[in-house]
Structure formats: structure tokens, C-alpha cells
Design a protein around this ligand. Structure first.
Ligand code: AHM
Ligand code: MG
Length: 338
């Protein structure tokens, strides 16, 4: 009989080993990442049962035990808040699900980190059993002590100390960076642990795929239309045509492009210049991961990581992925406005 491998590298072991190379590290960030991993496991178990819940009764309805069922994205929001708000490592949080910053209770020590998250991105995919994701972003607080403030979460992406995402797909994966490369872990459901499966992920410089919702083609600027036509193969002297892939769940589209090479676009539209995606919860954390893996991310003019957010739920156009492909789009957009 084949027994499981007893020397797997769990996320906890990996984080601790990485930290040993930093004598000044206190272990707080490692533990915070571990708190998030716990939240992700709780969300993963609920996502796995979501199809089943749909059969027994739709979300918002009353379940067989007579209890009101919670929407999955509300559940995911609570799971993450609860995994982080009692351990004394965080001073303030912000979630795509909540209007204002989320304070830490008075009686709990206020730690040195500010955490932002999109608890269940692409949640409409749940109805069709397609992948969804969690995205998180961690900053060191700017305020000195006590309750964290809005300023602690409104920092440019360049100041992130860690960022990551969890993809709830055919398997559950957690991918993160602390600025020392990008590492991926796959949840082994038999032992309930995230195990190292992708060490030091590098994004190919030119990708095979482009991912964009082309049904919006008519709403984009001429320059953006030209760039996407380049991906169709209309401009072979400048860029090779690519394969189209669009899941409609940012984490899943980004993950494929991270591993196999590709570019994801959610452009601004003539009538909605800032597009749809959120700078602080979606674009910035993924941009940190992309850059750490050798890729790039821009809003069309500036690197995403250089943008200083003015408000919590600010939107931004996003072009992210393989470096040469992102640069091609930025170049075509620059020519368009010349
Ligand atoms: P959400 O935060 O409301 O879930 O929206 C974000 C999602 C992304 O995951 C995805 O890339 C995008 O919206 C898809 O939008 P569209 O359906 O307009 O293509
Ligand atoms: Mg979202």
C-alpha cells in the first residue's frame, strides 16, 4: 500500500523557513499569512458545498434546519475577518464587501499590519460551478498605535509587504509573495494542509493567451481596440496572435496567465473610463504578484503599483500579465493619444 509522503512542505513550514533568512523578522507576518490560509480553508469547504446548497435551496433561502442561509460572499467575508481579527496582528482591515474600513475590537491588541481583501471575487461563477477566488493585500501600518486608520489602507501597491490569492477551482491553490518571488501551494484535502506545489513561479515574458471580455469591444477607445486586434493576429510584424481564454473570474484568468503566460485586460470604457476592477482589492495585489514573477501591470499609463489610491473602492483599468504583452498594450495606447 502506498502511504502519503511524510516530508511534504506545508505552507507553515515554508513560511517559517523563508523567515529564518531574516534575523530581524518577528514572525508576525508569517502568522498573519497562516491566519489567512485558515480563512481560505474555511471558505474552500463552503465553496465545495455550494452546488449542494443550490440543490437544497438557493442562498438567502431557509435551509433544511430552518436557519437562514448566508450568501457565500458574505460568509467568505466573515470567515476572513474572523480568521484575522482576534490574533493581535492586524490594526485595521478593508473588504470589497464593506463600505468603510473594518476596525479591530477595543479589547484586542492592535498589531502592525493593515489587510485588504476581496473575499470571493467572481462570485457569480458559483452558480455554474466555475472557479472563484479570494485576493488579499498586506501593508505595514502608517499610524503609530491604537486603531488603524483609512491612511493605513490607502497606500500605493508598491508599499505592500505581502499579497496573494486563493483559487477555488478543480483544486484549491494559495499563491503569495512577500517580495521574495511567488510561491504556490495546493490544498491537500486528505490532510487539510496547503502543500508547496509551485516554487518560485516565473511568468513567461510573452504569453500564449489573452483574456478580455470582447463583448465590450465597441465600448473601448480606438487604441484599445487596435491593441486587442494585435492579439487577434492582425499585426504580425509587431505581435504574434494569441489564443483567447476568458473565465470571467479574475483570479482564475490571472492564474492561468501567471503559469502559462498571457495577458488579462479589463479596459476602461468611453462611458466608464475607470473600468470595473478595484485598485486596492484586485489590481494592486495581483500587480505585486505579477511583478514578482517577472510580469507587469498597468492602468494604460502608469504601473498599477505606483498609483496612490484616493479612496477605498477606487476602480482602475487593468492590463496585467506577461511583460512584453503588457508593454505592447501600453505602447499602442500611448501611440493612440499622441
Ligand atoms: P466582482 O468583484 O463583483 O466579483 O467582479 C469582478 C469580476 C472579476 O473576477 C472578473 O474578471 C470580472 O468581474 C468579470 O467582469 P465581466 O463579467 O464584466 O467580464
Ligand atoms: Mg471582486
Amino acid at each position: 500500500m502506498a502511504f502519503p509522503n511524510t516530508s511534504v512542505i506545508t505552507i507553515e513550514r515554508f513560511i517559517i523557513e523563508k523567515e529564518r533568512s531574516y534575523p530581524e523578522a518577528t514572525g508576525e507576518l508569517s502568522n498573519l499569512l497562516y491566519d489567512i490560509a485558515l480563512g481560505a480553508k474555511i471558505i474552500a469547504s463552503a465553496v465545495r458545498r455550494a452546488g449542494l446548497i443550490n440543490i437544497i435551496g438557493s442562498a438567502g433561502a431557509v435551509n433544511v434546519q430552518g436557519e437562514e442561509q448566508q450568501q457565500l460572499d458574505v460568509f467568505a467575508n466573515d470567515a476572513l475577518k474572523n480568521s484575522m481579527s482576534h490574533t493581535g496582528r492586524v490594526c485595521v482591515m478593508a473588504s470589497e464587501e464593506e463600505e468603510e474600513v473594518i476596525p479591530i475590537a477595543e479589547e484586542i491588541p492592535h498589531g502592525k499590519y493593515a489587510v485588504l481583501f476581496d473575499p470571493l471575487d467572481g462570485s457569480s461563477n458559483i452558480d455554474n460551478n466555475n472557479p472563484v477566488g479570494t485576493i488579499f493585500s498586506i501593508y505595514r501600518r502608517k499610524s503609530m498605535e491604537g486603531h488603524g486608520t483609512l491612511d493605513d489602507v490607502l497606500q500605493p501597491g508598491r508599499s505592500q509587504v505581502a499579497a496573494g490569492y486563493v483559487m477555488y477551482g478543480s483544486s484549491v491553490m494559495l499563491v503569495y509573495t512577500t517580495g521574495q518571488g511567488v510561491h504556490g501551494f495546493t490544498l491537500d484535502p486528505t490532510i487539510g494542509e496547503f502543500c508547496l506545489s509551485h516554487r518560485d513561479i516565473r511568468m513567461p515574458e510573452t504569453g500564449k493567451y489573452y483574456s478580455v471580455n470582447e463583448s465590450y469591444f465597441g465600448r473601448w477607445s480606438r487604441a484599445m481596440q487596435r491593441a486587442v486586434r494585435g492579439f487577434h493576429g492582425d499585426w504580425p510584424d509587431r505581435i504574434q496572435g494569441k489564443n483567447s481564454r476568458y473565465i470571467g473570474a479574475l483570479v482564475a484568468d490571472f492564474h492561468r496567465n501567471l503559469v502559462s503566460g498571457g495577458v488579462f485586460l479589463y479596459p476602461g470604457e468611453v462611458a466608464r473610463p475607470d473600468g470595473k476592477l478595484r485598485l486596492c482589492y484586485e489590481a494592486s495585489p495581483l500587480a505585486f504578484i505579477a511583478e514578482q514573477a517577472g510580469g507587469a501591470a498597468t492602468d494604460g499609463q502608469n504601473p498599477i503599483l505606483d498609483i496612490v489610491p484616493r479612496k477605498l473602492h477606487q476602480r482602475t483599468p487593468l492590463v496585467i500579465g506577461s511583460k512584453n504583452d503588457v508593454e505592447f498594450v501600453a505602447q499602442v495606447l500611448r501611440e493612440g493619444s499622441e
